[in-house]
Design a protein around this ligand. Structure first.
Ligand code: ADP
Ligand code: ZN
Length: 672
């Protein structure tokens, strides 16, 4: 198909519908490719702005764009948000009655809609296929684009393989005119990427892999015991009472327990806590999800069943109560924080039990029964590989952000951080310099020589024949007198108690370092044992390992307080400080009043507040104080349709605020 829409028109649509003045670099390339009739593959993390990449072509190209999306909840939200922006969207899924579906199809044929969201299963429905063939045929309005969201679901190498995604290529192949096909995903390794291209039949797609750096997110890793985790989370939630957060646990049982306890402890502070996992009724899940999105229930404790397809921009923190199965999974879940670009925090709390549980789950996995033994073993190894990268993340003393970016192969060359890099932004060489916004970069380490401890540990592992786990080896070296030590007669071995002056935790630490550097190895499985690694000879060699030395970095103290997620009020204050324009009254006070207006508008329409206006847009209004309808357009995130619908309500509130303030006294020019 010849290009019928220019990038200028696309940019204009971006302003009109969404109120944004420019595409992010990755978006620009993908939209340009699609408008020029080329297939596209966008690999960007959650929050990088994938939906714009197909929504803008959908809203500008003639005909009906189909969006294949796996989650029904996502469709409802996207359609509501698009409608609010003044577009003509629709969706077709099982939540509609047959009569409603008929109406949607009829209107679609008549050209009512610019965009239609469908579940992949729908593509196997003959009635729908007939509809699509008709629309794409010579007498139809045309299907310029098929966009595939969460495209990694087509790959058996990914974590969320969905057989129904295999229908997509066939469906497209049967259309009388082949549309442009664009695929989007937040997580894809090289192999999954190749799979997406092949299984969806993409033709020489414009591929953009970018934006894995989320500069507004703070990353923290803390090792602590199970009880300490619960206390830490409670204190955190209390200290962030007026903010919204997600707490991920690895099992339903953990969700139920934590949600119950947190709920009881936070109730006096007026904080409602919800829970979400696949074991609950659909009704209760929906209810909790809606209450969370609408800011009525700020904290939700959930398994990873929660969040895919939830587009809540103002999640201020994501805490992992347990270790997820991979860096991909972690980054996807943590990435649900701060989608609005404002500062947000991601904390991972972990201890050895997490990894034991994960290994147990890997060994027990039997959902690959259709695979032969060899393939199953390969899949198992794959899972162990993913988990060990996660272990590396927990144990590294280097920059956490740099670790993640290296993992995804994003060198930051095409960062999508808006505008120019911020001073705290993570540059490609952050591995050396650090990003300044993660727990490792804000913690000072001291270097300690642990050569002797390490030597004893390696010798002892040799003496006990590689049959025991890290904890037991550490206990024996420390000289503990436990039943298990007596049972295995470890107290008879040379080296027992050789490190009685060292705390057990330190010995365990050193063993961990020895494993990480290949002097020792740790077996896989639920009860890993420690044995000699390939480099053990360097310690045990004939010269007694004279050349061997080992140093470790230890955390000493916080170098400075971590960059905290700032509250809206603090952001307003610092923004105001840079802005010399005189203003009437306190921006923060006005912000609260505009929030109230937004809440009322949201309730009237049964929308989520952010669909009316984002926090960022409200802050923009507080600073710019628009007095006429033309002015709110200058505020990022406010499109024409929003001005038409809600502009007056906000303008009136701003005027009321300023009048009341001026009447009170000579406060003109007061600054926050
Ligand atoms: P994804 O689908 O990749 O997770 P979204 O499409 O939901 O991300 O976009 C994330 C956030 O970024 C949304 O709040 C969206 O409105 C905003 N956004 C997207 N594109 C732009 C842009 N060009 N300029 C400013 N904000 C944008
Ligand atoms: Zn860092």
């Amino acid at each position: 198909m010849a290009a019928t829409v220019s990038m200028d028109e696309a940019r204009q649509a971006l302003g009109t519908y969404f109120g944004y003045s420019a595409f992010r670099p990755g978006q620009e390339r993908l939209v340009a490719a699609i408008l020029a009739g080329r297939d596209a593959l966008g690999v960007m993390p959650t929050g990088a702005g994938k939906s714009i990449c197909y929504q803008i072509p959908a809203l500008t190209l003639p005909g009906l764009t189909l969006v294949v999306s796996p989650l029904v909840s996502l469709m409802g939200d996207q359609v509501r948000a698009l409608k609010a922006a003044g577009a003509r969207p629709s969706y077709l899924n099982s939540t509609l009655t047959p009569a409603q579906q008929n109406t949607v199809l009829k209107r679609a044929r008549e050209g009512w809609y610019q965009i239609m969201y469908v579940a992949p299963e729908r593509l196997a429905d003959e009635r729908f296929c007939a509809f699509a063939r008709e629309v794409a045929g010579p007498d139809g309005i045309g299907i310029p684009l098929v966009a595939v969201d969460e495209a990694h679901c087509v790959s058996q190498w990914g974590q969320d393989f969905r057989p129904s995604y295999l229908e997509i290529a066939r469906f497209i192949g049967e259309l009388p005119v082949r549309p442009v096909v664009a695929a989007f995903t937040a997580t894809a390794t090289e192999r999954v990427r190749a799979d997406i291209i092949q299984m969806l039949g993409l033709r020489r797609p414009e591929t953009v892999v970018t934006g894995f750096d989320r500069t507004n997110l703070y990353f923290g890793v803390e090792e602590m015991g199970d009880k300490a985790k619960a206390v830490w989370i409670r204190n955190y939630a209390r200290a962030h009472a007026d903010e919204s957060g997600i707490i991920y646990c690895s099992t339903r049982k953990a969700v139920d327990e934590l949600a119950f306890n947190l709920g009881r402890e936070l109730a006096p502070a007026g904080i409602r806590v919800g829970r979400y996992h696949a074991g609950m009724s659909a009704g209760e899940r929906l209810e909790n999800q809606a209450a969370f999105i609408d800011d009525l229930m700020p904290v939700i404790v959930a398994t990873n069943a929660f969040g895919m397809g939830i587009d809540k921009p103002n999640v201020r923190y994501v805490i992992h109560h347990n270790v997820p199965e991979s860096i991909e999974a972690y980054y996807q879940e943590a990435g649900r924080a701060g989608r609005d670009g404002d500062p947000a925090e991601c904390h991972l709390l972990w201890n050895g039990n997490d990894f034991r549980l994960r290994r147990y789950l890997i060994d027990r996995t039997d959902d690959e029964s259709e695979l032969d033994d060899e393939a199953r073993e390969r899949a198992r190894q794959n899972r162990y590989r993913l988990l060990s990268a996660m272990e590396g993340y927990c144990e590294t003393t280097g920059c956490l952000r740099a670790y993640i970016l290296r993992y995804f192969g994003d060198e930051g060359a095409l960062g999508v951080s808006e505008g120019t890099a911020r001073p705290d932004a993570c540059s490609p060489d952050s591995a050396r310099t650090g990003c300044g916004n993660c727990s490792n970069c804000t913690t000072a380490y001291e270097v300690e020589d642990v050569t002797e401890t390490a030597r004893e540990a390696v010798r002892f592992v040799q003496a006990c024949g590689g049959r025991f786990g890290r904890a037991l080896v550490a206990d024996a070296l420390h000289g503990a007198n436990t039943e298990r030590i007596r049972q295995y007669r470890l107290d008879d071995l040379p080296g027992y108690g050789a490190l009685h002056e060292e705390p057990v935790a330190r010995i365990k630490d050193v063993i961990g370092q020895l494993i990480g550097r290949g002097y020792l190895t740790q077996s896989q499985g639920q009860f890993p044992v420690v044995s000699l690694g390939p480099r053990a000879v360097e310690v045990l060699g004939e010269d007694g390992g004279a050349a061997f030395s080992l140093t470790v970095k230890r955390r000493v103290a916080a170098r400075r307080a971590p960059a905290r997620a700032r509250k809206a009020v603090d952001i307003l204050r610092s923004e105001a400080a840079e802005d010399a324009r005189p203003r009437v009254g306190d921006d923060a006070e006005l912000f609260e009043r505009l929030r109230e207006v937004r809440r009322e508008l949201a309730i009237e329409r049964a929308w989520a507040p952010y669909m009316i206006a984002s926090d960022k847009a409200l802050r923009g209004m507080c600073r710019r104080r628009p007095a006429t309808r033309a002015e709110p357009l200058e505020v990022p995130g406010i499109g024409e349709k929003k001005v038409d619908d809600f502009g007056d309500a906000f303008l009136a509130e701003i005027a009321r605020f300023e009048d009341a303030y001026s009447a009170e006294g000579p406060a003109r020019g007061a600054r926050v």
